[in-house]
Design a protein around this ligand. Structure first.
Ligand code: HEC
Length: 176
């Protein structure tokens, strides 16, 4: 008798508990990824300022910034976008979960180019870097042959990092 009452109580209690929990974790993960993105912006802003000579160029600071972005990219970034975590206040587009492969590809590209930027920190190529990171746009020619520009000695890895941010945003972020 006691057991039955307990089971019944549990049956009512559980769905509510799970729903509350799912809501909590969605809120948490959205906050977490927004903070991650804001940190990325801070880091890439600093790298651009150094490349433009607005801040004195410090290879170690560039390397650290690039490594921090790399560590927060790839799977560590896609893990912050579990299914069902879209919707206000998030700006994450539903297309993320319709085409998670492409989304994950951009997250991996971010990791790869950030590692490249870290590797080039002592000898940066400074060509073709727009003033603002938001203006580094991947043109149609950049993806030719299915890959990124090869032999891109004159294009800074910083440009590739910023262009990857912008490409993913154009496809998967709904700016309000
Ligand atoms: C794989 C795709 C992807 C990449 C790569 C990416 N972002 Fe984002 N970014 C998003 C998505 C999706 C959102 C919206 C997240 C949300 O609101 O839930 C976002 C949001 C942002 C925001 C707004 C954060 C807020 O507080 O609302 C900033 C700033 C930002 N990204 C900067 C960057 C920078 C800088 C880079 C590159 C170093 C970058 N992002 C790389 C997908 C990406």
């Amino acid at each position: 008798m006691k057991t039955v009452a307990f089971t019944a109580a549990l049956a009512f209690a559980l769905p509510v508990g799970f729903a509350a929990l799912a809501h909590e974790s969605a809120t948490w993960v959205v906050k977490e990824r927004m903070e991650r993105m804001e940190r990325f912006e801070e880091l890439i802003d600093r790298v651009f300022a150094m490349m433009h000579g607005e801040l004195s160029y410090d290879p170690r600071a560039v390397r650290n910034a690039a490594e921090e972005v790399a560590q927060g990219a790839g799977r560590h970034l896609t893990d912050l976008f579990p299914p069902g975590s879209g919707g206000a206040p998030s700006e994450a587009a539903d297309d993320i979960w319709r085409d998670f492969g492409t989304f994950a590809h951009f997250a991996e590209m971010l990791e790869g180019w950030s590692r490249e930027l870290a590797a080039q920190a002592s000898t940066p190529a400074r060509g073709r870097l727009p003033k603002r990171w938001e203006d580094a746009q991947m043109g149609p020619g950049m993806m030719r042959g299915g890959g990124m520009m090869s032999g891109s000695g004159s294009v800074s890895a910083a440009w590739h990092v910023a262009a990857t941010c912008n490409t993913c945003h154009a496809a998967f972020r709904e700016e309000g």
